[in-house]
Design a protein around this ligand. Structure first.
Ligand code: DQQ
Length: 519
């Protein structure tokens, strides 16, 4: 039986790829789906040397509906090859969608644990894969957990974190308890098929803080991801480095995808004792539903979904929506929080190296043209801000100049050190002039930035509408939609900023040949 076309499927399927490829705002060195809709990373893993990236996919058009698992593979975390869709809805518990989940190695058998959706409810399902991870069979006994825990009034129930502990499997399912807060329910199993409910691992408190706050924990936790930071396995006692356990979740509230957060603390037996709550990415919803894995070289690598900041109608018209972040190496900073950097493999895309001489930006003209320009760039700066100083790095500036030589469109990264000095400043992304399109999201994004003695290592990856910023390991990710197509990079300072180094590269694209919706 063929599904009736969705009302938003207004762009003919055979036009989606052409439209998507023609969009100047579509990233060229980030992973994007061939066309149509992409959201969460799923089943991120390395299997016999090959990296696997599954993702929430709707090839019918750029809207979230009847979600399948798209699949791409890579040998270098940079270039990706489209593979056949791994999971698609079929009659039964996932008739309305194969929602987010993970991949585990069950004694050599690749196994997916995901949320099957039917009739507005999600329940845990399992599929086993062929040795090459290209074909998947759903278990006939799906769903493997028949219902959420009895007697608990939940807000929602989906997404999975599954790990091996001793001779058993353990699983978390993201959820929320009405009137209390987000939670993750803990289960245990011998065989991934039959699960025993243990209890809530830990329950958040949605009454804490203002729901408008960037660290409000929400009424439901999506995409929970529990791991021991800095290496070591969960549940085997503190690692030698005493690195924290980390519970990552995406705070959700009544259909609203808010932002990714994480608790540091200690997972022991059946509970998680929190020590601190932290924002995972200062871009909030623009780095949503992250999922991580440990690769064969021992690195913890995280992917996230860069949501769109344009209207639903604009997405549908564009023929594509959603960007996968660059893979990020996740480590533990000296203060016990997480620190992020793009995997070094990305550097192989660097071309056309430009170096600016080290200089003091004190008394520099209000703006300093760098001579660097491009819409696909990798920028790396080492700077020192004296107390009270501000550095502004302008990106994607239009060339045609406006008042006082300023670009009419420009996206500005701001580093600020307070007048009293100290080691704590602010990282901000000012998108107020990023686009002449009045319909796109230009909300301010910012967060605290540790800057010992005013020193900041700033790395910026610009890929058309995707911007990923890493300042002293703190990430800020967002989307921008310039209309004038400029790529000017400028520098401006207030107070004294010492520019120790400034390097820039243009970045090559990763997709060569034609892609198809169903490889
Ligand atoms: N997206 C998925 C859910 C998850 C949400 C559905 C997070 O499984 O909770 O596509 O973006």
């Amino acid at each position: 039986m063929t599904e009736p076309a969705h009302p938003l499927a207004t762009v003919p399927q055979d036009e989606l790829i052409t439209r998507a490829d023609a969009d100047p705002l579509r990233p060229r060195f980030h992973f994007v789906s061939p066309a149509g809709w992409l959201n969460d990373p799923n089943g991120v893993s390395q299997w016999n040397g090959t990296y696997h990236l599954f993702y929430q996919y709707n090839p019918e058009g750029a809207f979230h509906h009847r979600i399948q698992w798209g699949h791409a593979t890579s040998t270098d975390l940079v270039h990706w090859t489209d593979q056949p869709v791994a999971l698609e809805p079929s009659a039964g518990p996932d008739a309305d969608g194969c929602w987010s989940g993970v991949l585990v190695n069950d004694g050599g058998t690749p196994t997916l644990v995901y949320s099957g959706r039917v009739g507005g409810q999600e329940l845990p399902c399992v599929a086993v894969g062929s040795a090459d991870l290209l074909s998947w069979s759903k278990l006939p006994q799906n769903p493997v957990i028949a219902a959420p825990p009895a007697g608990v009034d939940i807000t929602a129930y989906r997404d999975h974190c599954v790990w091996r502990e001793g001779s058993k499997w353990r699983q978390l399912v993201g959820s929320g308890i009405r009137g209390r807060g987000g939670t993750a329910f803990l289960y245990e199993s011998e065989d991934l098929r039959s699960w025993e409910y243990v209890g809530p691992l830990f329950i958040g408190d949605a009454s804490q803080g203002d729901p408008a706050d960037t660290d409000w924990t929400g009424t439901m936790w999506e995409c929970v991801d529990l791991f021991r930071a800095g290496g070591g396995s969960l549940g085997t006692g503190p690692s030698s480095s005493d690195a924290p356990d980390v519970l990552v979740f995406s705070a959700w509230d009544d259909g609203d995808t808010r932002h990714p957060l994480y608790w540091t603390g200690r997972y022991s037996e059946d509970t998680f004792e929190p020590a601190g709550l932290h924002r995972l990415d200062y871009g909030g919803r623009f780095f949503y539903a992250p999922q991580s894995f440990v690769d064969e070289s021992g690195r913890r690598i995280m992917f996230g979904w860069l949501q769109e900041g344009r209207s639903d109608a604009a997405m549908v018209e564009a023929g594509w929506a959603g960007v996968m972040s660059l893979p990020r190496v996740t480590s533990v900073a000296e203060d016990g929080t997480l620190s992020f950097a793009p995997v070094p493999e990305i550097e192989k895309l660097r071309r056309d190296h430009v170096v600016l001489p080290g200089q003091d930006l004190a008394g520099a003209p209000a703006r300093l043209a760098t001579g660097v320009s491009g819409t696909q760039l990798d920028l790396e700066l080492e700077v020192l801000l004296e107390p009270g100083a501000v550095l502004r790095l302008g990106l994607l500036g239009s060339a045609d100049g406006g008042v006082a030589g300023e670009s009419m469109e420009e996206t500005v990264i701001e580093l600020r050190r307070p007048a009293e000095g100290g080691g704590q400043g602010t990282l901000r992304l000012d998108r107020t002039r990023s686009s002449l399109d009045p319909t796109v999201d230009v909300e301010d994004k910012s967060g605290p930035l540790p800057m010992p003695d005013g020193r900041v290592h700033l790395r910026v990856l610009v890929d058309r509408s995707a911007v990923e910023i890493f300042a002293n390991g703190k990430p800020l990710t967002a989307r921008v939609y310039p209309t004038l197509g400029g790529g000017q990079v400028s520098l401006a300072a207030e107070g004294t900023v010492r520019l120790h180094s400034f390097e820039a590269w243009t970045m090559a694209g990763i997709f060569g040949g034609a892609r198809t919706l169903f490889p």
